[in-house]
Design a protein around this ligand. Structure first.
Ligand code: PBE
Length: 268
């Protein structure tokens, strides 16, 4: 490979997350679409990726990684999305809530609450930032709930509480979904009387869990693009309760000091 090539600066590596994530699939597609010959997409986890990012930034090294918004990393570091002229990462995405078939009949209170639940990326960002500052997810969620009683009231008003019924929420350990799932757990337990298991799984088992009925619901479904494959496969086996957040985004991200603006530039 050419000594001057841009890819060399980055060691031909895109730092990714868990292999089941939709963004890993979009990024494999981006490598094809943008003809990024010789580039490797590195698998890992959200936590490993942000640790690698932190180190690169401290050393002011070039790095390119899979990124999504909302995410605390955009508050903590000076980062930018690379332009995506081929729209491999689609346009704005939404985060949907899906439930297992039959939840509406079996657990109408949880179902109604999940259907109503809809918030903004700024609101989610407050929980993520508190987690990032070292607060445990359940504590961060409880604090957020205490500070936003009006929102909790909107989401739960008139819903009949239950007495200790069990409910399982599935999620993947992406920072955004850790935040949302723990908030839901908090509200379902403290306002609606459920006993909630927040089950951390990989993306594939999250979908098969809801489709098979072992998981009651998840708030971690990025559509239309990020989870297009899983959606195509499982849409008839789950119920879509609609978007819980709109205007979210995925793509490739670099620190602002990296002198590149578009995914196309990676090929140079
Ligand atoms: N994400 C965050 C996920 C969905 C939530 C963008 C990393 C993904 O499947 O890629």
């Amino acid at each position: 490979q050419n000594e001057q090539a841009v890819g060399r600066l980055f060691d031909y590596k895109i730092i990714g997350i868990d292999p089941g994530a939709g963004i890993m699939k979009s990024t494999a597609q981006a490598i094809q679409d943008y003809d990024l010959e010789g580039w490797n997409l590195i698998e890992g986890s959200s936590a490993a990726m942000t640790a690698t990012l932190d180190k690169a930034i401290r050393e002011e090294q070039p790095i390119v990684l899979t990124g999504w918004t909302p995410h605390w990393m955009f508050n903590k570091y000076d980062l930018k999305y690379l332009e995506d002229p081929l729209k491999t990462y689609g346009d704005a995405e939404e985060i949907h809530t899906i439930a297992r078939l039959g939840l509406a009949d079996d657990q109408p209170s949880a179902y109604e609450f999940l259907k109503r639940f809809h918030w903004s990326s700024d609101e989610m960002g407050e929980i993520m930032t508190s987690m990032q500052n070292g607060q445990a997810p359940n504590k961060a969620a409880a604090e957020w709930a205490a500070a936003h009683k009006d929102r909790i009231e909107e989401w739960t008003k008139g819903i009949q509480p239950v007495t200790g019924d069990k409910l399982t929420l599935g999620y993947v350990a992406w920072d955004s979904e850790i935040a949302s799932t723990h908030l839901l757990q908090y509200i379902l337990e403290n306002k609606l009387g459920y006993k909630v298991t927040a089950l951390q799984v990989e993306a594939g088992p999250m979908w098969t869990g809801v489709a098979g009925g072992d998981i009651d619901a998840t708030v971690a479904v990025w559509l239309p693009l990020t989870f297009a494959d899983y959606w195509a496969k499982y849409q008839d086996m789950v119920e879509d309760l609609g978007a819980n957040m709109t205007g979210v985004r995925t793509g490739l991200v670099v620190p602002s000091y990296v002198d590149i603006d578009s995914i196309e530039d990676l090929k140079k």
